[in-house]
Design a protein around this ligand. Structure first.
Ligand SMILES: Cc1ncc(COP(=O)(O)O)c(C=O)c1O
Length: 337
């Protein structure tokens, strides 16, 4: 059973209630405790299943979306698109996802397998050189011209953030309230805001560390080129509020990749790029974290969507050169049977 209460039968009842596991091999020599919230366990493979489900269920409840009649339109190149494709199929809604040529073909194939229509914009914005503004314009055009069209607009939709109060509640309950540090990757800021608001409302003395990409517009513009998708944003999201995080760590593409490879080598967890970013962030702050503190990293998605990048040795050496020494000697430390 998932974490969103009385969802009823079917696949969406398994959204949320993901496992929280202790990692004892990832950061040897540290005297704090490290836990991972495995969001890959959601049915569509990522944390964005939570946002997709909650935004759509709310739109159906308010009548903004009518199953069997409405069309949902969103710009996403990754996990939210997959989460929406799944939820729209379940709720009998037509779904059009607007992507660009950089979208991973595997993600497009997954969305299509759920029955989504995928539209690819090919022009870049004249001012910024980015695809994102063109994708957003295309979404607006579709919403304006198609009857009964609805855009969840993850970057500004409060229900996206609301979905993650449940993420935080699950973590806090699993640790009987003894949560000291939370490491959270940011893009739409839905996860960060939902977790931070839950913590504030419940008076939790947790230190929240936002993990952003170098080159992201959220905490430290200007925007720069990023290779690894997932965390980071090209524009400041409407959900962002100053003060959500106690601390911000910026992680480069290379450090994100090293975090992923270490997670695989030391803990046998194959996770996506933003998970590597939170691993790096925790490692970087490690010297300052007191002994005995409970630190939770939210790991947003699974590694299969990055097999042709992060986990491809050829791709890695093309972009970063010979860096495998940074995780080559790592190995899963097996316990005696
Ligand atoms: C892999 C991955 N990590 C992190 C995030 C950031 O989550 P949020 O949008 O809640 O800030 C996303 C969002 O799409 C994601 O796909």
């Amino acid at each position: 059973m998932g974490g969103y209460g009385d969802v009823g039968p079917g696949v969406l009842s398994t959204v949320g209630a993901t496992p929280l596991v202790e990692l004892t091999r990832l950061l040897p020599g540290r005297s704090f405790r490290t836990y991972a919230k495995l969001e890959a366990a959601n049915p569509g493979g990522s944390i964005k299943d939570r946002s997709a489900y909650v935004m759509l269920a709310d739109a159906i409840r308010t009548g903004a979306v009518v199953p069997g009649r409405s069309v949902v339109v969103e710009s996403s190149s990754g996990n939210l698109g997959i989460g929406l494709a799944q939820a729209c199929r379940y709720f009998d809604l037509r779904f059009i996802c607007v992507v660009d040529p950089r979208t991973n073909p595997q993600n497009v194939a997954i969305m299509r397998a759920y029955g989504a229509e995928v539209q690819t914009v090919t022009d870049r914005d004249r001012t910024t050189g980015e695809y994102l503004p063109v994708r957003i314009r295309r979404v607006r055009e579709l919403v304006a011209t198609l009857p009964d069209a609805y855009c969840p607009d993850q970057y500004a939709n409060p229900r996206n953030a609301w979905a993650h109060r449940t993420t935080m509640r699950e973590i806090v309950e699993a640790l009987d309230g003894r949560l000291h540090y939370l490491f959270c990757a940011t893009s739409s800021c839905g996860t960060l805001r939902g977790c931070a608001e839950y913590a504030a409302e419940h008076g939790l003395p947790v230190r929240i560390v936002a993990v952003d990409a170098e080159g992201s517009a959220i905490f430290r513009p200007p925007v720069g080129r990023r290779l690894i998708p997932g965390h980071g944003a090209a524009v400041l999201p409407g959900l962002f509020r100053p003060g959500l995080a106690d601390e911000v760590v910026h992680v480069s593409d290379l450090d994100c990749l090293v975090g992923c490879r270490r997670l695989a080598a030391r803990e046998a967890i194959l996770a996506g790029g933003s998970s590597g970013a939170v691993v790096t962030a925790l490692d970087r702050l490690g010297d300052r974290i007191p002994a005995g503190a409970n630190c939770v990293m939210i790991l947003p998605d699974r590694g299969e969507r990055y097999l042709d990048t992060i986990y491809d040795d050829g791709w890695v050496s093309t972009h970063f050169g010979d860096v495998a020494w940074r995780w080559r000697d790592d190995a899963v430390q097996t316990a005696p049977c």
